[in-house]
Design a protein around this ligand. Sequence first.
Ligand SMILES: *Cc1c(COP(=O)(O)O)cnc(C)c1O
Length: 401
Amino acid sequence: MKKDPAMQIQDYWVFGEYGGVNPSIEDASTFTFLSAEKMQELFQHEVEGCFLYSRHLNPTVHYLAQSLALLEDTESAQITSSGMAAISCAVLQICSAGDEILSSRTIYGGTYALFKNFLPKFNINTTFVNFLDLEEVRNAITPRTKILYTEAISNPLLEVANIPELSKIAKEHNLTLIVDNTFSPMILQPHKLGADIVVHSLTKFINGASDCVGGAICANHDFVVNLKDVHFGAAMLLGPTMDSIRAAGILKNLRTLHIRIKQHSKNAQFIAEKLTEMGFRVFYPGLPNHPQHELMKQMMNLDYGFGGMVTFDCKTPQTANSLMLKMQENKVGYFAVSLGFYKTLFSAPGLSTSSEISPEEQERIGLSPGLVRMSVGLDNHIEETWERILKSIREVCPEKA
Ligand SMILES: *Cc1c(COP(=O)(O)O)cnc(C)c1O
């Protein structure tokens, strides 16, 4: 087996009087060699401890990769320049023309557009089914299916995937189960639950600062070595590389992820309960009436709560939009897409991040046009934030006053 040098990276971190508490940033695109043979060897296969060129491997970026592998308990990881790059590289490394993906129908809009509109150009086609119905998943597998694709907690309806059962189905049919864990880092560890590959958008909770875009593919050594193969690797050849300076920044933010996730979850649970009391239809896995509440409790690392995302239904897009603008005015947070920021962010998925999904399809999957998706921030006094939300609701929906 070829070794992934990322896993030996700590060997290059200077420790002692010259070593910083954070690894130094390897500010280089290319690396020096002392022998012609060594360079030639590196073009044939990975050589432990050698770096060639930063699109292939950079010590700082691979330090981040190692941390992501530890986070997801996989042997290795590949860092990419965005979450979409992680998803597209993972999928393209596995599928050839003629192959099929079997995907959950409630996924991030960008992933949906990639599968539905872009990959068919290469004769890679996707069937979308309701992944909560395992019979439906089984029945949709064909001899050409290669991948089962789902989000651990789905965007924006916050459905929770039954990863252990999906893993069984994948194993029975020799498929690769890919799980996007962007909404639930630390809370769920899909690989431990049976997923083969875990993908992340580092842009969201993991970096947590809304100042950059990044992604990761957490998988076994062989898959990661294949991804950066000089001749056949999707990450190497499509080239979605992360810069070392950015990787160092994300690595530092990753250090506080456990504390942030607990606070996001605590605040989101509070808001979800308050909105429920007011009679809104609320989607949050931490609510006892959530259809997968018990399943989630069985799968999760209990210390971290049920996550920072809450979705609720304002019935019409007009109400949703007025409420979001009012909440911004009342300093609840920002009317913006994305998630995992220290401030609360809100958007209407039907009109923004899920707009790639047609209105008919949105209706079929239960995506109401009045949904508001909130990424609840790190507020220390969430009761105060709730007062501001309440004020906004009363101003926009007088019937709730
Ligand atoms: C944002 C997001 C992505 C895409 O990540 P980028 O970093 O924006 O490319 C993929 N999946 C989910 C669930 C996301 O929220």
